[in-house]
Design a protein around this ligand. Structure first.
Ligand code: HEM
Length: 430
């Protein structure tokens, strides 16, 4: 119980045994309810789920104060049996507690990935179910089969590069880097295969979710898409595609991406950290082993930081009248550094630079190559895509919606084909 002078944060009353299981929309990862949660309970809300403390943090300040400033005790991960133990057989780095192994892994490449949706398996809420024998626990058989598949995928990739290293055809890549320095990293083949293999899980789902939200934003805000096109055209012309070197000169592209991530954060319910020691923060008691959910949906809607939070306003990053968000010079800002979108403290996304560059380049190239607009129905009426019909799970992305995508000219099409050919022939990391 709380030490003298401290108290538990407020939260909804739970039920015996299951606690607040019914209050937390597990599959939606708080997406739908997060703002109401913040309004009703303030910056820290307490839930208990089957005996475990879960605190939902809804302001950037509290998230940074705890997860970054007190990172020494808020950098672990809850060990959900289904997703952390059964599926990866304790090999998946993103789910490991903060300890030596994680530090070794961070040394290899800082890669990792997203985990399965919270609550997808009852055993994650009631770990006691792990004690059931296999024949009574269909979830064990199901997840073990998934583990076999992902293990053989990741090991297959590693072995493929190992073989190609023998005849000197392995390209420069993370697998090769791992194999060349394996003894230094002190990781087994399996661990190395997971470190590298999970990298593309972490990078692909998140990036594609962000890009789908970008397309949605551009369909809904055609004026901004036109501004992006004008900016890209003024820098690159019609003869060549945008490259990374152009990004400095593309503040509108950067602002549109940053606002997309603010408006529709990819990890809307946040990737939870777990505390490892009792703590008191501003009079609130936070026992060891509390799971802290940074509620990014709410964090990105704090009206003091983001006036008119529901509106899609890239100008808040470009116009000096937006005092809480604008920064100059525009050759550097806006950018995605120190942005809560990528998490907090020691577990912050270690590859945010890759993510950032990918997103700018993808947005600039889509705008350079194509026109995006609302789709039309059989009678020629424009179809409005839903504003907020998003998938469940950690990576929030819009569900399928119709839109038009048309190449801007034959000249640009020819450049795309040329780039495609060059890309297929060249080494990706050169
Ligand atoms: C739009 C793109 C991306 C977003 C929004 C994103 C977001 C995040 C977030 C919120 C976390 C959790 C941070 C925390 O616990 O505080 C995270 C962790 C991680 N991300 Fe990213 N990420 C993106 C792209 C990538 C890419 C491209 C890679 C790799 C190539 C990557 C690799 C990782 C890894 C390895 C972790 C786990 C770090 C750890 O647990 O210590 N991410 N990311």
């Amino acid at each position: 119980s709380p030490p003298e002078g401290s108290r538990y944060p407020p939260g909804p009353e739970g039920k015996p045994l299951i606690g607040n299981l019914q209050d937390l929309d597990l599959t939606q990862a708080l997406l739908a309810s997060s703002q109401e949660v913040a309004d009703q309970y303030g910056p820290v809300m307490r839930l208990t789920l089957a005996g475990r403390e879960h605190y939902v943090v809804s302001t950037e300040k509290v998230a940074n104060d705890l997860l970054r400033e007190r990172g020494s005790i808020y950098s672990s991960r809850a060990q959900a049996p289904a997703s952390a133990q059964l599926l990866p057989d304790n090999l998946r780095p993103v789910l490991l507690p903060y300890n030596e192994i994680v530090q070794q892994i961070v040394a290899v490449n800082h890669n990792l990935e997203r985990i399965a949706s919270p609550g997808a398996y009852l055993v994650d809420t009631f770990p006691i179910l792990m004690k059931l024998p296999r024949f009574l626990a269909p979830f064990k058989r199901e997840i073990e089969e998934l583990h076999r598949r992902e293990h053989s995928l990741f090991r297959g990739l590693l072995e493929d590069v190992r073989e190609r290293m023998k005849d000197g055809t392995a390209p420069k890549c993370w697998e090769r880097d791992f194999l060349e320095n394996q003894s230094e990293f002190n990781l087994t083949d399996d661990k190395g295969a997971y470190v590298v293999g999970t990298m593309f899980e972490a990078g692909s789902g998140t990036t594609s979710a962000a890009m789908m939200s970008f397309v949605l934003a551009m369909v809904l805000h055609p004026l901004w898409f036109r501004k992006v096109q004008e900016e890209v055209d003024s820098v690159c012309g019609a003869e060549r595609m945008p490259y990374l070197d152009d990004v400095r000169q593309l503040p509108i592209v950067r602002a549109v991406i940053k606002e997309t991530l603010r408006w529709r954060p990819v990890t809307a319910g946040g990737l939870p950290h777990m505390s490892t020691k009792d703590d008191v923060y501003e009079g609130l008691f936070i026992p060891a082993n509390t799971v802290i959910h940074p509620n990014q949906w709410a964090i990105h809607r704090e009206p003091e930081l983001y006036p008119q939070p529901e509106s899609y306003l890239p100008e808040r990053w470009l116009d000096s009248s937006y005092r809480t968000t604008f920064k100059s010079p525009l050759s550097v800002y806006p950018n995605l550094h120190n942005y809560s979108n990528f998490g907090f403290g020691r577990r912050i996304c270690p590859r945010q630079n890759i993510a950032e560059r990918n997103l700018y380049l993808l947005a600039a190239r889509i705008a350079w190559a194509a026109n995006i607009s609302k789709a039309k129905d059989g009678e020629g009426n424009e179809i409005d895509p839903p504003l907020n019909d998003y998938t469940a799970g950690f990576n929030a992305q819009p569900k399928w919606f119709p839109f038009e995508l048309q190449v801007r000219s034959q000249e640009r099409w020819a450049v795309i084909e040329e780039e495609l050919k060059r890309g297929a022939e060249s080494e990706p990391l050169k």
